[in-house]
Write a protein that binds this ligand. Structure first.
Ligand SMILES: Cc1cc2nc3c(=O)[nH]c(=O)nc-3n(C[C@H](O)[C@H](O)[C@H](O)COP(=O)(O)OP(=O)(O)OC[C@H]3O[C@@H](n4cnc5c(N)ncnc54)[C@H](O)[C@@H]3O)c2cc1C
Length: 252
């Protein structure tokens, strides 16, 4: 459990904000790159400070749930978009949306506010035999996809499919050679529909490739089912993860 403080907040587009957290506690975080994620703890509206659990094993969640709501923090999963140990800083990029404790926190944070993290490690594991990569996700997975691309610029070629809530969130991103990014705007469609259509229609990398898929839970399962069932990709070459569930709040 590492307690940090907010250093700054920047808007990246109407639907995205970056918050930089910092402090000496960063030295306890082992940089793993790629899609390294954390549990982020932040105060509820009206709380004067942050109360963190103390257990660094599975008991922490029980500790949080046993706290009275008046002092219990919110807990959400987020990706480390970039880590700068030399500056004792890390960045997190938030996909903003209505009805969200996380979005409300991002809109009210001020430099000096406390926030805590707990390292979750990585899921991205391309096998040695992969000659290409397919990265698929929605806005919640965009920070992880960009971080994967940054952390291994010499990796095999990659096709990237990203669905964002609206066209105003499509931004220019630096891409290493051999990486093609295909943006999809969801507009009024259900999350994951547009990106699944695009992957279905795509010519996928030739030869064995590794697929990493994350986003709304149905997006993750339907894209994985398509790759395994219709395209014959071996299950072991697909990493998939539901990052959030439509209509359901994250526990904690
Ligand atoms: C390993 C991992 C890494 C993640 N990394 C990031 C990251 O770097 N940046 C990021 O923004 N998210 C990331 N997420 C997703 C994030 O944890 C969830 O979106 C979370 O539910 C956000 O909490 P909330 O307070 O906004 O909404 P909640 O209180 O959990 O949900 C409230 C409502 O909002 C809906 N909702 C939740 N997320 C979204 C969304 N993205 N778009 C539209 N509606 C939504 C829910 O269905 C629910 O109806 C990650 C998730 C995982 C598992």
């Amino acid at each position: 459990m590492i307690t940090l403080e907010v250093r700054r907040r920047e808007s990246l587009s109407p639907g995205f904000a970056r918050v930089t957290l910092g402090g000496p506690g960063i030295r306890h975080l082992v940089p793993a790159g790629a899609d390294q994620a954390v549990r982020l703890f932040f105060p509820r509206k009206g709380q004067s400070g942050l109360r963190m659990p103390t257990a660094s094993n599975e008991a922490w969640m029980a500790q949080v749930l046993l706290m009275p709501k008046a002092s219990r923090p919110w807990v959400r999963n987020l990706t480390i978009r970039s880590l700068r140990p030399e500056d004792q800083e890390l960045d997190i990029e938030f996909a903003l949306h209505d009805g969200s404790p996380m979005t409300a926190w991002v809109s009210r944070v001020r430099p000096g506010d406390a926030a805590g993290i707990f390292d979750l490690g990585t899921m991205y594991r391309p096998p040695a035999h992969a000659r290409g990569r397919l990265l698929v996700g929605d806005e919640s997975a965009l920070p992880a996809i960009l971080s994967i691309l940054d952390s291994d610029p010499d990796a095999s070629p990659a096709d990237v499919f990203v669905e964002v809530a609206a066209a105003h969130d499509i931004r220019s991103v630096p891409t290493p050679p051999g990486v093609r990014v295909h943006w999809l705007s969801r507009d009024d469609e259900r999350p994951g529909v547009r990106v699944l259509e695009a992957v279905r229609a795509a010519e996928l990398p030739e030869g064995p490739f590794y697929a990493w898929v994350a986003g709304e839970s149905r997006l993750a399962t339907t894209v994985r089912r398509h790759l395994v069932g219709d395209r014959g990709v071996p299950k072991r070459d697909v990493t998939f993860c539901g990052y959030w569930r439509l209509g359901r709040s994250s526990p904690g």
